[in-house]
Design a protein around this ligand. Structure first.
Ligand SMILES: Cc1cc2nc3c(=O)[nH]c(=O)nc-3n(C[C@H](O)[C@H](O)[C@H](O)COP(=O)(O)OP(=O)(O)OC[C@H]3O[C@@H](n4cnc5c(N)ncnc54)[C@H](O)[C@@H]3O)c2cc1C
Length: 534
């Protein structure tokens, strides 16, 4: 095994949790984070591999380092595979950036491996793309991450797979519908395999969703949404305060309150979903079709001097050739990564930026019983971009200047833990747990659940606080498509607070793009061309 690379095969959910529970140390990956993150901090930029989830629970006093359980010999099955005719051109390659800047000392051709598709980023989006390609194409895939799965936004995701806060006919609608359908299919497949089924292996629950309002104005909005969703063929019900009370006795919305109810909405557990996807992906390792490299940040792209096409990704320890495509799915880090890939001749600036979120998990909380997943209607505004969609560079809104925004979201996970969200703020890549934000989340929930009001929150006892950086796009839409000047390089990022929901649809779209298929969902709203400046 190459001493500098850590190739992890078959990481279990437990290992994923260990990984984020510990401080994984590696070399600096995102030297330019600060530049793009609008961070007020003057300290060195934190890396994504810092503990992405700051568990305040004292449960794990001596966290172990993330390590593979795979035997050393099983970690390189891919070395034997996928050598294509392009291999002989290695010597003629050059980096898009000067090699002296990008090639780490000691990285040699011996560290090269050849694949059909290389995916940068092992969040839910990158791993789902790998999964789709492995299941539905004959391609071989390599995934490289600067840290480990779930160390980015994915590990903080609450797990809503919802339609109730979406607008029929919007750019995201079809993608969300398709993606939810794919999650349903996956859950049904896992159920069919027995062994605890989707609930145990995916955290899957069809809890239904309640979008709740407390004022007559909010109720008018909810009524409108109910009508629009019903017209779009979604089973949607408008609930008065009394009907809502009979469904959720612990919830208090006042006599003017009510809710939009979608009985078919579902939820997953992000860690379990990632673990399941990883397991599927790793089942292709033995036939040489899958390789994952963690703690191995991508550093530059390598271009053929013969064809001009990008042929490989240079990581800190490896050169990964991607014969068909290279997919950049590095979440909130994508802007800085692209800059480091493309500078000095920068032709593309995708203004994705980190939108920090805190999520509070209270273990086995028995003071409030939830029968459904809930969200206050204000979440819809809290989620969408406030700046004008036509001015991508606009930073005019108060929110964009860093103001904290908190909306109540509440779910119970399959273990009975109360999961409360969530905050949104622009704080660069800071991973600091802000106790005042956690307190605000708790107090906001108390406005809806009176039983919580009298319970003081001790965040050092039986709680976890998860921190993640949603990949925020000023125009509120993900970026999914080929880079016009680099025809075999694709971007898949910018899902903000929807990445778990949209991951499977995004993966299918990326796969269709690589295959040149027309696609089940219209690509055009997410394309790069004509949307961004250089
Ligand atoms: C509090 C909170 C609650 C949320 N709740 C929900 C929800 O209920 N439903 C929902 O649909 N979505 C939710 N989201 C949003 C969702 O979590 C994100 O949209 C999604 O996880 C984004 O996935 P990703 O794979 O694009 O990014 P990430 O998970 O951030 O993954 C990006 C990966 O790229 C890696 N990387 C960075 N730089 C490099 C490099 N140079 N080389 C290699 N790898 C690199 C990182 O290490 C990281 O692992 C929530 C988010 C937060 C913060």
């Amino acid at each position: 095994m190459c001493a500098r690379s850590k190739r992890l095969v078959g990481a279990s959910a437990c290992k994923l949790r260990e990984a984020v529970d510990s401080s994984v140390t590696t070399s600096s990956v995102h030297p330019t984070d600060e530049k793009f993150a609008d961070s007020p901090s003057t300290s060195p930029p934190p890396l994504p591999m810092d503990a992405a989830i700051a568990f305040t629970s004292a449960r794990n006093p001596s966290p172990t380092r993330f390590s593979s359980s795979a035997s050393p010999s099983s970690r390189h099955p891919q070395r034997l595979c996928v050598f294509g005719p392009w291999r002989g051109r290695e010597r003629r390659l050059r980096a898009l950036r000067p090699k002296s800047q990008v090639q780490p000392p000691g990285a040699t051709a011996a560290d090269a491996s050849h694949h059909d598709v290389v995916v940068v980023g092992a969040g839910i989006v990158g791993l789902a793309i790998a999964r789709h390609l492995l299941l539905h194409t004959p391609f071989s895939v390599a995934v490289a991450d600067a840290a480990v799965p779930c160390s980015g936004a994915t590990g903080a995701g609450q797990g809503y797979i919802w339609m109730s806060h979406r607008k029929p006919g919007s750019d995201m609608w079809e993608l969300a519908m398709r993606s939810k359908q794919l999650w349903e299919e996956l859950a049904a497949e896992v159920d069919g395999q027995g062994g605890g089924g989707a609930r145990e292996r995916l955290g899957w629950m069809r809890t239904g969703s309640l979008l709740v309002g407390r004022t007559s104005e909010e109720l008018a909005t909810l009524q409108e949404r109910t009508n629009a969703l019903s017209q779009a063929g979604i089973h949607a019900e408008f609930l008065s305060a009394s009907t809502l009370h009979s469904l959720e006795p612990a919830l208090s919305v006042g006599k003017d309150g009510g809710a939009l109810f979608l009985p078919q909405d579902c939820q997953i557990d992000a860690f379990q979903a990632v673990s399941l996807i990883e397991k599927t992906n790793n089942s292709y390792s033995s036939e040489g079709r899958y390789m994952e490299l963690y703690n191995d940040p991508a550093m530059s792209l390598i271009r053929s001097e013969v064809t001009g096409a990008v042929e490989a990704v240079q990581t800190s320890s490896n050169i990964l050739y991607g014969r068909k495509a290279i997919v950049i799915a590095s979440g909130a880090w994508t802007r800085s990564l692209l800059h480091s890939f493309l500078e000095p001749a920068l032709t593309l600036d995708i203004p994705v930026k980190p939108r920090k979120g805190h999520l509070l998990v209270v273990e086995k909380f028995d003071k409030v019983k939830l029968n459904h997943a809930l969200m206050e209607v204000g979440y819809v505004d809290h989620q969408v971009a406030k700046s004008s969609s036509t001015h991508m560079a606009s930073e005019s809104s108060e929110d964009e200047h860093g103001a904290l925004s908190i909306s109540m979201t509440a779910t119970l996970d399959t273990k009975g833990n109360l999961v409360l969200g969530s905050s949104r703020e622009f704080k660069g890549f800071s991973r600091e747990v802000d106790k005042s934000v956690v307190k605000c989340i708790w107090e906001r929930a108390g406005e809806f659940f009176p039983a919580m009001k009298n319970v003081p929150l001790d965040i050092d006892q039986n709680t976890q606080i998860r921190i993640g950086h949603r990949p925020y796009m000023p125009d509120g839409k993900p970026v999914i498509g080929f880079i016009p000047d680099l025809p075999n390089v694709l971007i898949a990022t910018g899902h903000e607070g929807n990445g778990l929901t949209l991951a499977l649809g995004t993966a299918e779209m990326v796969s269709d793009m690589i295959l040149g298929n027309p696609g089940k969902v219209d690509y055009s709203p997410f394309a790069i061309k004509h949307r961004f400046s250089g």
